[in-house]
Design a protein around this ligand. Sequence first.
Ligand code: UD1
Ligand code: CA
Length: 455
Amino acid sequence: MSLIVVILAAGKGTRMRSQLPKVMHEVGGKSMLSHTITTAKSLGAEKVIVVYGHGGEQVKESINDDIVEWVEQAEQLGTGHAVQQAIPNFTPQDNESVMVLYGDVPLVKTKTLQKLLDVQKKDSMCILTTKLDDPSGYGRIVRNHKGYIQKIVEEKDADDLTKSISEINTGILCASSNHLTKWLGEITNDNQQQEYYLTDCIGLAVKQGKTVDAVVCPDSSEVMGVNSRANLAEVEKIYQSRLSQELMMRGVTLRDPDSLYIEGNIEVEHDIVIEPNVVLRGDVKLSKNVFVSANCVIIDSIIATGSIIHPNTVIEGASIGENCEIGPFARVRPDAELAKEVKVGNFVEVKKSTLAEGAKVNHLSYIGDASIGKKTNIGAGTICCNYDGATKHKTIIGDNVFIGSDTQLVAPVKIEDGATIGAGSTITKDVPQDKLTLSRSKQITIENWRRPQKK
Ligand code: UD1
Ligand code: CA
């Protein structure tokens, strides 16, 4: 059986109170709609048809995927009407299922939907239901005394007895494309809301002698829809907790799983420890025995085995070698490449620079557009003056160099292997190897000098 997925995404989302179309709000750094599209693809859908309405152009531009076809529902006349808009995009046939998913229900698992496809009879449909302690607001699943589904009744059309049913319609269903097309042609808007209900197809199928099957989703959080920012926060929390569980299963210790925030693709090895309030964003790879302390943000970076990231460190677009120590309060920026056993200490900023094995920049420095050799020690407060107001220039520092504290290296400049620079120097010319170079005047004491006094 081939599969077509129709994603409903035309609703306005008034309660979000947002300029942004509802389905573009993000969960784990990706729009809710893109989550649903990813799920549709994971089911092996041949075609994914998104029914859009409000904020159409913006929604379309946000998704760049050849599998997606766009269909406009200019007026929102109901879920049945919405699915009707997609019909011209496929040729109804026997060996094909249509599954209806939602752009504002991002957490549903592939595994759950696969069950739906497995259960659905070729000439009928299967719906996804769940049971809620408080079912108010949802369409209720009406079954007969043998347990067979009869119809779905919307809250607004329900009598008290029907309202007491706790099994509700999640909205997700799959059906034979042939039959669904026919049923959709027969529904009317003769109801309280004067809408074309997709759910009326169930009653029609039963009337025509079909058995409508259901998969009951045991975890109702999976089918939670987002209508408000509060819902969005709840969904985000569930999503994050799934990611945390996954990391722990792969051998990562999370001191506080609730406070880790992940947005992207995280690759991990075993025996990593992550302390509270850490953000991992983009493509991040953490190798084994990496320790990430509290309040760190790591973006698009690789951290090799055994490295320790001390608290309040921000690392972006960088590659950190084995057994390095970074922070606390360090900022490692794009194109920083650290070999093994490098130390970057507190209030140190590193940008577009390479630090060779064993190099140390322990305090209060700016290393930009520089290359630093093996075992070189950069004293506190050293600044690479890389920018002349127009162009960036390079600072090249050799192996075993010792740079005294509070040195300014005015680039372009080269410091040869083994050189020592006296503290407080402003270095504007290349420095030879194995010698002491300094640029300050000799210390003098002025005799008979008096501090100015107030008169
Ligand atoms: C629908 C179901 C209800 C189910 C509930 C689950 C119907 C008639 N009712 O109710 O049984 O319990 O979902 O949340 O289907 N949409 C469009 N175009 C439209 C109308 C809706 O794209 O014309 C989209 C919305 O953006 C939303 C989804 O379809 O993503 C559901 O619409 P909504 O109005 O929230 O449906 P409910 O009345 O809550
Ligand atoms: Ca709704």
